[in-house]
Ligand binder design. Sequence first.
Ligand SMILES: C[S@@+](CC[C@H](N)C(=O)[O-])C[C@H]1O[C@@H](n2cnc3c(N)ncnc32)[C@H](O)[C@@H]1O
Length: 330
Amino acid sequence: MNDQTSLHSQSVAEIATPNASRYLQQLCKHFAHKLPVKFDARAGEIDFPMGRCALDASDEVVLRILLSAPDADRMPELQNVVERHLVRFAFREPLTIEWRAIGAKKEETSAQGRPPVPVINPFGPIRDPKVRSVIETMNSNRRFPQRGGPRGQQGHKAEDFADYGFSIHPDQGDLIYLLCRQMGARRVVDFATSVGMSAIYFAAAIRDNGGGKVIGSELVPAKAETAYRNLDAAGLKEFVDIRVGDARQTLRDIGGPVDFALIDGWPAPTGPSLAREVIEILAPQIRVGGYVLNDNAEPDFLEFIRDPANGFISMTLPIKRGTELAVKIS
Ligand SMILES: C[S@@+](CC[C@H](N)C(=O)[O-])C[C@H]1O[C@@H](n2cnc3c(N)ncnc32)[C@H](O)[C@@H]1O
C-alpha cells in the first residue's frame, strides 16, 4: 500500500443509495485482480497508481468515498476512474456523485475573505447516523465572525448568534470524541457550550462509553436552550447538564475528577482572557491523565498550560489555526 504521509490532495463524496455495500464490494472485487485491494462488506481500500480510494458503507444507506492523491493534478483521473465504474455498476439507479475537496489549504479563506464551511471528514470516528446528521446540519448553518477581528470583538456580544454560535471545527470534535473514547471518559467539561456543537461530540462519547456527564457552561440562556434542542435532536440530551451563567462561578465545583475539559471561550475586552481564568479554576479539578483542549490559543492560556509548575504537558496540533492539546501529568 502507498505511504499515507505522502498523500496530499483529498476529496470526498457521499452517495445516498440503499446499495452502498453492494457497490463497495463490486468496485473492490473488480480491481482486486490487478491492484492491491482489501475489503469487507462495510469498508474497502483500493490502491490505484494515481492514489488511494477508501470506501465506507457502514451506514448502509450512504456510500462514503475518500480519495487521496499525492498532488492535485492526479485527483481528476482518480475521481474519473472511481466514478465511471460506480455509475456502470449502478446502472439500475442514477447515481449522483459530487466530489468535495478537503484539506487545510482549501479551508483557509473564500473569495469573500471568510472561511468556507469546514468539511466534515466522512471517515471520522462517530458512526451514529442521527448524531452525524445533527452535526452536519449545524455545520452547514454555522456563521463566522466579521472580517478584521476575532469573535467577541468588532461589536459582537455574547448574546448575538443565539441560533448559530461559533462552533469548534469538526476535526476538533472528532478528536474530542476519539480521545474521550480512548480514555473511557465519564465526567467532562465543555467551556463554553454555545449552541451545543462541542457538547454533542462529548455527549456521544460519554454515551458510547456507557454513561456519565458533560458539564456544559453558557452565559447566554437562549444559547443554552438552542444547545438542548440540538442535543435532543441527536438523542444525547440526557448526558448534558448546561450550567447557565458565568463560568467563573458555575465551574468552581464540578463534583469530582474531570477527565477532559474543552477551553473554547470568548475574548475578554481587557485583563486576562476567559480561557486563562477558567483553566485556573478547572486545573485542580482535572485528574492526572486528563486532557485539556484549547481552541483559540489565547497567549495567557498558553503561558499557563506550558508552565511545568502547573502540571501539564502540551503540544500544538495542526488543526484549524493551531489547537493546543494538553495532558495533566502531576
Ligand atoms: C466560541 S463559543 C463556544 C462554542 C462551542 N464550544 C461549540 O463548539 O459550539 C463561546 C461561548 O462562550 C460564551 N461565554 C462568553 N462568556 C462566558 C462566560 N463568562 N461564562 C460562560 N460562557 C461564556 C458565549 O456566549 C459563547 O456562546
